[in-house]
Design a protein around this ligand. Structure first.
Ligand code: KIV
Length: 283
């Protein structure tokens, strides 16, 4: 794919051609680096709540925070498809406001499309948003916004009945017009079945290698989120200790007056300094 902006249609066209890459971003500098690295899709995930805002649940983040961060991401991105993740209250608590909120991601934050998690009114809400002309990526399996209500944060689709439900949900979302579906924490063989059944791409997170693409939370792969590390995460670098070391070094150099050095400081000519009418120092 060239350097032009990626569209939802381009993502569909990648199925069975090559794997699709997706990562989360919540700010300008990381979004810019992720885009420059050539990642296909950037999700402004509601994982913002946990990894950036220090909250204990994704349900605690709202539209204003999501839009604030989505705007920073779209300012940085030239190439990747940017997905705004609908926060819990924006469509699950208030389904009648879901189209209005989806539009805000597009019109105010300049996202290209939105993602929403499966819930009991998911089909109706997805249909309305798609009918409003907004591209939607579905999310089934472990859906963190409702995980507490549906048995906790664990692998989904582990028995035949539960797996059958996931296959049906994926097919229904495809039929409604979703352009892709995230499969979170699903056994790899079930993810493979869903991937083979659908004509739209599946993007896995903890769903094995057979999905059409993969997504991770960027703070996890960079080692910037220390509270817990799910089994499906691979840390490609562990930045937390490196950052800690740099900050401690800065602190020590300030305390020891080793920083700033003359090369970090600004000067004034001596003759200008001499012209200053200085009050004599007291005492
Ligand atoms: O919010 C998020 O980061 C997500 C990914 C885990 C897919 O939904």
């Amino acid at each position: 794919m060239g350097q032009e902006k990626i569209t939802a249609k381009d993502i569909i066209a990648l199925k069975n051609k090559r794997k699709i890459t997706m990562l989360t971003a919540y700010d300008y500098p990381l979004a810019s680096l992720i885009d420059r690295a050539g990642i296909d899709m950037i999700l402004v995930g509601d994982s913002l709540a946990n990894v950036v805002l220090g909250l204990d649940s994704t349900t605690k983040v709202g539209m204003s925070e999501m839009l604030h961060h989505a705007k920073a991401v779209t300012r940085a991105v030239r190439h990747a498809l940017v997905i705004g993740d609908m926060p819990y209250e924006s469509y699950q608590v208030n389904p009648h406001e879901s189209v209005k909120n989806a539009k805000r991601f597009i019109d105010e934050a300049y996202c290209d499309c939105i993602k929403l998690e499966w819930f009991d009114r998911c089909l109706e809400v997805s249909e309305e948003i798609i009918s409003a002309g907004i591209a939607v990526i579905g999310h089934i399996g472990l859906t963190p916004q409702t995980a507490d209500k549906s048995g906790g944060f664990k692998v989904q689709g582990k028995d035949a009945e539960a797996a059958q439900k996931l296959i049906e949900q994926a097919s229904l979302l495809e039929r409604l017009g979703c352009f892709s579906i995230v499969l979170e924490c699903v056994p790899d063989k079930i993810a493979k079945l869903i991937t083979q059944k659908l004509t739209i791409p599946t993007i896995g997170i903890g769903a094995g290698v057979h999905c059409d693409g993969q997504v991770l939370v960027t703070y996890d792969l960079l080692g910037l989120f220390e509270r817990f590390t799910p089994k499906f995460v691979k840390k490609y670098i562990n930045l937390s200790p490196l950052i800690l070391k740099a900050v401690e070094e800065y602190k020590n150099e300030v305390l020891q007056e080793k920083f700033p050095e003359p090369k970090h400081s600004f000067t004034i000519k001596e003759e200008e300094l001499a012209k200053l009418k200085m009050e004599p120092l007291p005492g």
